[in-house]
Design a protein around this ligand. Structure first.
Ligand code: NAD
Length: 258
């Protein structure tokens, strides 16, 4: 594989498992050094250990993206280890399902701090570093729910829509520093939340087959699919892509619900 991210370093949130881990793997395969910024010590440590054992350079730093202090310390640890910061992937997030008439203000604040504010805070503490270098790229993991959504996805879809607005603002206001910002919106991806969803059905295999059949490609995504896109977007091959959203969903949103 070409090392198109050789001499670059990346800070990936929520890279202990799922899509974040798929992104970390693909960035590493493309030559990047990595900080796994993860709240879960066990999965964060094993991600970094496995990458190092495979010959890559990775470190785990415990970061709760709801905490500005954690983010500041995590980015400082990244700079100390790797000397610069070229790629930030704001990936950590979680589906949330509330009744808009019953959700409390505290629940709203908690939800937004995870699914929207964290991406801004990681960007806030990265932009001056990237501006002082020759530039960089911030990749925000949104969702197909940012533009379409489904019943009972409040306020996850609100936060993910905000991620698109954040991406546009970062691209507009920081493009003159050669900083790009791109949103990636996955559809179904086989990670723990999707597996839990299938397993909650009476017939998990039938439910998974039903979901698969909604896709023109008759499959759901894998974390490596998202990782491969992120590695491309982080590379110089994508140097004219900024301020936009790339949907990666096996074609499910090309289809009308009927
Ligand atoms: N799986 C899908 O189908 C899908 C589709 C569209 C978008 N997404 C988005 O992709 C991202 C990753 O989702 P996933 O399916 O891999 O989920 P996941 O639950 O498998 O992984 C999320 C990771 O984030 C970490 N995390 C959670 N809270 C954190 C915090 N406060 N600080 C730091 N790390 C934290 C978790 O420990 C975990 O390692 C999310 O933003 C999600 O909204 C997922």
């Amino acid at each position: 594989m070409s090392k198109r991210l050789k001499d670059r370093s990346a800070f990936v949130t929520g890279a202990g498992q799922g899509i974040g881990r798929g992104i970390a793997d693909q960035l590493a395969l493309n030559g990047a050094c990595l900080t796994i910024a993860e709240i879960n010590e066990a999965t964060g440590t094993s991600s970094a250990d496995e990458l190092n054992e495979a010959g890559h350079q990775a470190q785990f730093v415990k970061v709760d993206i709801r905490s500005e202090d954690d983010i500041r310390a995590g980015i400082a640890a990244h700079l100390e280890r790797f000397g610069g910061l070229d790629i930030v992937v704001n990936n950590a997030g979680q589906n949330q399902h509330f009744d808009a008439s019953k959700m409390s203000v505290d629940e709203w604040e908690r939800s937004m701090s995870l699914n929207l504010r964290g991406a801004w805070l990681c960007s806030k503490h990265t932009l001056p570093i990237m501006a002082a270098q020759s530039g960089g790229v911030i990749i925000n993991i949104a969702s197909v729910h940012a533009t379409m959504s489904a019943y009972n996805f409040f306020p996850y879809n609100v936060a993910k829509s905000g991620i698109l607005g954040l991406t546009r603002s970062l691209a507009l206001d920081w493009g003159r520093h050669n900083i790009r910002a791109v949103a990636v919106s996955p559809g179904w991806v086989r990670t723990q939340p999707a597996i839990d969803f299938f397993e909650a059905a009476d017939d998990p295999a039938a439910e998974e087959a039903r979901v698969r059949s909604l896709h023109p490609l008759n499959r759901i995504g894998e974390p490596a699919d998202i990782g491969a896109l992120v590695a491309f977007l982080a590379s110089d091959e994508a140097s004219y892509i900024t301020g936009t959203e790339i949907v990666i969903d096996g074609g499910i949103t090309a289809r009308h619900a009927d």
